[in-house]
Design a protein around this ligand. Structure first.
Ligand code: NAG
Ligand code: NAG
Ligand code: NAG
Ligand code: NAG
Ligand code: NAG
Ligand code: NAG
Ligand code: NAG
Length: 658
């Protein structure tokens, strides 16, 4: 085996020696120097294309071949930081946002390319990448994840972390290679430069043909000659006079051959116009043994190479197998966080709308269809839906809602990503939010919710939270429960909505496994003290907020009412009500006056007691949601049996009993 690969190596070296270099001062070809991570400063060409054009910034295009993870325009756009151009991408590539193109498709992404201020200056487009796996290295990131659109040298120059210090969760800047046309290219009619990634079996003539441009323009743009060798996973600039359109890849690229493929020349017919694709290796003679071994390794042990926990430079520690199981697990287990995974998996369960669908459904987001804030009513095939417009990464919410199916949790039916916004399409709640029913006394259209309706709403919310805390995998904390996030359908079925702050809780290993955050966000009146003070996140946060919601249902007051004028929070008020002397009278005074006397005081009392326990300052004194749900189910069944005309007698007997 070694013998064979050494032979290959000699052959490659031979190819390397073959290439003459003509300096035409457009952009020099990277020439496989990107493989040599150890000497980042040695070859300026690995840092990026130099700022040779008159423009300091321009629109440019890059190519990408979909992978198992980056398998749709949305995910590719996310990786390449082309989200602002997602709608353009859909038309260029003739694909919808979330369609899975066949693996050999060449996806084209527009990017903003600019000259960086560093000196010497390079063109680049900034993407960012959060390290996902312990086996990530600068080299793997540049070559495998970004498919050669970046280089390890450029990554090292751009990021403050040394190669040995990389760890999961670091947010790296990824300089994507791009360039703006030179004066000569512009005068020859080129408006854009596209960064094409060479793959096995490519030739300059085939690339030129693919984009409908002349072979000479491509050769010139990269300072190549007809005899130059080009290498897979290196970028080639293609000057374009118009915006690119869908690329029909003539034949699917062959899988990596054991020996370099020597394509059968350009279609021009001249047998001398060959451009070889070979495997080349940067670095000097010192590295010969290492390189031969590496080649043997790359060619014959591709799996192990991926798993090797390299230092981040050229993969070389391939004997380190101790970390391999862990590393491969991290990759296979899909530890991909954020936008990409949410969207990626959502494809299977959700409808993907085009922006036009949404425009039509919402009457071009007309004022008349505005429900509240950034939420619009939409009509999809005669079904009403709510369309919510959100900025930025909403993968969290999508990812949670897509896997939840519960009658009391608002159903997400689909979404659309357009120009940096995400549009979430939810089932429609005819009766709007619970807070409107409880607090919008000013609207005459709101009748008073009856006692039975109120208990039923509480029961529904408890059902939803109990489900989130105990029946999903992983369990979730909603973190933002409040009456404005509870929606009511035509039958006053309550649905918990707005999962923007929700998060998964690790299986609570009872001792010490507390999750904390420094980023405390929420609504006054609903936030549990341990969360406000220490950022502690447990399901008991929701229990507290639910206690406040129950108090709103009971009293019709707002959670934080008129605190400016010295009014106390509901969670504090209930303690005074139930701890005082004449509990019954106090409670009557607390209950929503619009209920008049049409409620069973004993049930109201038990519900108020439950709510009071829920809003205990000590989280351990709060009941679990399962218990709350069970208690409420009893309250509900008693309430359904209750007949308002009984109330007088009951309250009499209650007062005698005390
Ligand atoms: C390469 O970069 C170094 C600084 O990193 C600079 O001094 C040198 O002039 C550059 N060489 C070329 C050919 O641009
Ligand atoms: C776009 O794709 C559709 C089918 O997916 C095809 O019918 C149509 O011809 C394509 N258009 C272009 C311009 O390639
Ligand atoms: C890319 O990010 C670097 C800092 O990481 C910054 O210096 C540079 O100006 C950015 N380039 C562009 C084109 O935004
Ligand atoms: C670069 O990435 C490609 C595609 O992922 C892979 O086939 C190739 O072996 C990698 N090159 C090296 C030197 O690891
Ligand atoms: C690695 O990180 C640690 C702590 O962040 C730092 O002290 C150390 O200098 C870093 N090592 C290198 C080689 O940069
Ligand atoms: C990573 O950093 C970039 C720029 O500094 C930022 O735009 C991006 O949101 C960050 N990503 C994450 C996941 O924090
Ligand atoms: C630009 O084109 C002119 C003539 O077309 C040529 O003389 C000149 O050398 C070219 N410059 C570069 C940098 O290629």
């Amino acid at each position: 085996m070694e013998f064979v690969s050494l032979t290959f190596f000699s052959f490659f070296s031979f190819l390397l020696l073959l290439q003459p270099r003509l300096l035409l001062s457009q952009q020099a070809y990277v020439d496989n120097k990107q493989l040599n991570c150890e000497n980042p400063s040695n070859n300026n060409i690995t840092q990026g294309f130099s700022c040779t054009g008159p423009l300091t910034s321009c629109r440019a295009y890059v190519t990408f071949r979909p992978t198992a993870v980056y398998n749709s325009l949305v995910t590719v756009a996310y990786l390449l930081n082309s989200q602002p151009y997602i709608s353009e991408m859909t038309s260029i590539n003739n694909l919808t946002d979330l369609e899975h193109p066949p693996p050999d498709t060449l996806v084209i992404a527009p990017v903003d390319c600019a000259c960086t201020s560093s000196s010497p200056s390079y063109y680049q487009h900034n993407a960012s990448y959060v390290l996902q796996s312990v086996s990530d290295t600068y080299f793997l990131l540049a070559n495998d994840t970004y498919q050669g659109l970046s280089t390890c040298q450029a990554l090292i120059a751009e990021n403050p972390y040394s190669a040995v210090n990389l760890s999961v969760g670091m947010n790296l800047t990824v300089p994507v290679r791009c360039a703006c046309p030179t004066a000569n290219q512009s005068s020859a009619g080129a408006k854009y430069l596209l960064t094409y990634l060479v793959t096995w079996g490519d030739s300059i003539s085939a690339i030129a043909k693919m984009f409908g441009v002349s072979e000479k323009s491509v050769l010139d743009a990269n300072e190549l000659t007809v005899t130059s060798v080009i290498y897979p996973f290196t970028p080639i600039l293609v000057p374009l006079s118009t915006e690119p359109t869908k690329i029909e890849t003539a034949s699917p690229p062959a899988s990596p051959p054991e020996a370099p493929s020597v394509p059968a020349g350009g279609n021009s017919g001249s047998s001398k116009k060959w451009v070889f694709v070979g495997v080349g290796v940067g670095g000097g003679g010192l590295a010969v043994a290492l390189v031969a071994l590496a080649l043997w390794f790359f060619c014959y042990n591709p799996q192990k190479r991926k798993q090797s926990k390299s230092s981040g430079l050229t993969p070389k520690k391939f004997s380190d197998t101790s970390a391999t199981d862990h590393a491969s697990l991290a990759v296979k287990g899909g530890s991909f966080s954020g936008f990409s995974s949410g969207i990626r998996e959502a494809i299977d369960t959700l409808t993907v709308y085009t922006f036009q669908d949404l425009q039509i459904a919402t009457g071009f987001f007309s004022k008349g269809n505005k429900i509240k804030g950034s939420v619009y009513r939409g009509k999809f095939k005669n079904d009403d839906a709510a369309v919510k417009v959100l900025k930025g990464d909403v993968s969290g919410e999508i990812n949670i809602l897509r896997q939840i199916n519960h009658a009391n949790i608002v159903r997400l039916s689909g979404f659309c990503v357009h120009e940096g916004n995400t549009y979430l399409v939810y089932e429609y709640a005819e009766n709007g939010s619970l807070s409107d029913w409880l607090h919008s006394k000013k609207f005459e259209s709101y009748s008073v919710l009856s006692w039975k309706q109120r208990v039923q709403v509480a029961y529904h919310i408890a059902d939803a939270l109990n489900y989130l805390h105990n029946y999903t995998n992983p369990p979730y904390v909603h973190k933002n429960l409040k009456t404005s996030n509870v929606l009511l359908d035509a039958n006053f079925r309550a649905m918990v909505a707005n999962f923007g702050l929700a998060r998964a809780v690790e299986d609570s290993d009872e001792e010490g496994g507390l999750q904390m955050t420094r980023h405390v966000v929420g609504t006054q009146g609903y936030m549990a003290p341990e969360y406000i003070e220490n950022g502690v996140i447990t399901p008991k946060l929701d229990v507290f907020a639910f206690g406040v919601v129950m108090l709103e249902l009971l009293s019709g007051r707002e959670a934080a009412g008129d605190t400016k004028n010295g009014e106390e929070l509901l969670s504090a008020a209930i303690k005074r009500v139930l701890d005082g002397d004449s509990v019954r009278e106090n409670l009557r005074g607390f209950i929503d006056p619009s209920l008049k006397d049409e409620y069973p005081l004993d049930l109201a009392f038990s519900m108020a007691e439950l709510a009071k326990r829920c809003v205990s300052n000590d989280l351990n004194a709060r009941p679990q949601m399962a218990e709350v749900f069970m208690t409420l189910s009893k309250t509900l069944s008693s309430s359904l049996d209750w007949d308002p005309s009984d109330e007088f007698d009951r309250s009499q007997s209650m007062s005698h009993g005390q």
